[in-house]
Write a protein that binds this ligand. Structure first.
Ligand code: GUN
Ligand code: ZN
Length: 429
């Protein structure tokens, strides 16, 4: 039986960074969901009369949106989120690598994978693109947890063959072999996609990057994810490690790791050459604003969204929060520091269609349109007294929505739908 969700509906007819007024708001709208997909979107009264058999879920003034898509996370860092006092390289050595070692135990990987997905679902995130650890079983754990919950999920084995502790290193050959085996096992199964995942140039030899570049040529429809130009110390280290390279991006480009489908996290301190090559190649960038402030990395240049696919992400656990609402708020604040005021429609788009475009799945998820997969979030725009009082004088949806973007948390998430089914969310998480 079809389901009809009624409320205020937000959807996009284009990219609000390219043209204004592409966001559409239906104040008395509805979304018809059938067999896992969105069957229709329109006025509530119209949909009610045309589909009298549908089961009605009336959400009143609540906002019905595509679910949030978190385009860059490390699910194995769930337990070390909000670790104090370090910048990137020290933070990796002090907190991240010791925690990632624990994923040698598949039972621990399974426990954290399930906990992580329940945490993000309770915050309205319906898809993520995650790094696992170097352990193949950590990839099995996150894909199995996503499959059980019916989530569309992107993930891959993190590859590192140098500058990481014993126990967290593979080799060029084993990274290739393990990645290929996992890719063949999971890619395209249900709603799962394998992502080729060299961690970043400092922890991969040129031989490992080349092996993963070769693998990517064999499976060209996969995504490839890595980190790029996050901190200035890291960039100086890359220069020492790769003296022949023109710049950080060149360490990837030289090994076949730059083209459409490449997804680079952070990308803050880019040179003019790097920007123009990224644009020419049609690569994607992911903005991780809570991480970039928390680890002290820098302020992403949002004007890049005019010429590149840019997604939004928490970067759990370098980021300081699991919530994409908090992440939108941080993106707003970072842009303010660079003299740009992002419109609420741009923030909302980044967390839905923007991330979907960065992951090249915008025809399936991240918007409300007939034929798209029914991953939805229902948002209470008056979820706390503090937010409610800030919306009282609102004269349009954007004024009504902005206090939730800036101050909202898991209490704002009333309902989540995954592939046309209402998800069980655990709001005690
Ligand atoms: N660069 C390489 N690995 C990582 C990581 O785990 N988190 C962040 N924020 N940056 C990285
Ligand atoms: Zn990262």
């Amino acid at each position: 039986m079809a389901d009809l969700l009624l409320g205020q509906v937000i959807r996009f007819d284009g990219d609000p960074f390219a043209q204004p007024d592409v966001a559409q708001v239906l104040t008395e709208g509805g979304v018809l969901v059938d067999q896992g997909r969105i069957a229709a979107v329109g006025q509530a009264a119209d949909l009610r009369s045309r589909h009298p058999q549908a089961r009605v879920h009336d959400h009143g003034q609540k906002l019905i949106s595509a679910g949030f898509i978190d385009a860059h996370v490390h699910y194995p860092q769930t337990a070390i989120i909000a670790s104090w006092g370090k910048r990137l390289i020290d933070w990796l050595n002090a907190y991240t690598f010791p925690e990632e070692m624990r994923f040698a135990d598949p039972a621990y990987a399974t426990e954290i994978a399930g906990r992580y997905l329940d945490l993000v679902l309770a915050r309205g995130t319906t898809s993520v693109c995650s790094y696992a650890t170097i352990h193949p079983a950590s990839v099995d754990a996150i894909f199995t947890a996503a499959q059980t919950r019916g989530m569309r999920l992107f993930a891959g084995k993190t590859c590192m063959d140098r500058n990481a502790p014993e126990g967290l290193r593979d080799t060029a050959q084993s990274a290739y072999d393990d990645s290929k085996r996992l890719l063949e096992k999971w890619h395209g199964m249900d709603r799962l996609s394998y992502v080729i995942t060299p961690r970043f140039s400092p922890t991969s030899t040129p031989e490992q990057l080349a092996a993963l570049g070769a693998l990517w040529r064999e499976y060209p429809d996969c995504l490839m994810q890595t980190h790029l130009s996050e901190q200035t110390d890291e960039i100086a280290w890359v220069q020492d490690l790769f003296p022949q390279s023109r710049d950080y991006l060149d360490t990837y480009e030289a090994q076949g790791l730059l083209r459409e489908g490449a997804v680079y996290g952070h990308a803050i301190h880019l040179t003019a050459r790097e920007k123009s090559r990224l644009i020419e190649a049609g690569a994607s960038l992911v903005h991780c604003p809570t991480s970039n402030t928390f680890i002290g990395s820098g302020l992403f240049d949002m004007s890049l969204a005019q010429s590149l696919r840019v997604g939004l992400a928490t970067d759990t656990g370098g980021g300081s929060n699991f919530s994409m609402l908090r992440t939108m708020a941080a993106a707003y604040e970072v842009a303010q520091l660079r003299g740009q005021s992002l419109h609420p429609s741009q923030l909302w788009w980044l967390a839905t269609q923007g991330s979907a475009r960065a992951l090249r799945c915008e025809d399936r998820i991240g918007n409300i349109a007939p034929g798209m997969e029914a991953d939805l979030v229902v948002i209470d725009l008056a979820s706390t007294p503090a937010i409610e009082q800030a919306t009282r004088r609102a004269t349009d949806l954007w004024q009504q929505l902005f206090p939730t973007i800036m101050m909202g948390d898991d209490r704002a998430v009333a309902e989540v739908w995954l592939g046309g089914r209402k998800a069980e969310i655990n709001q005690t998480l």
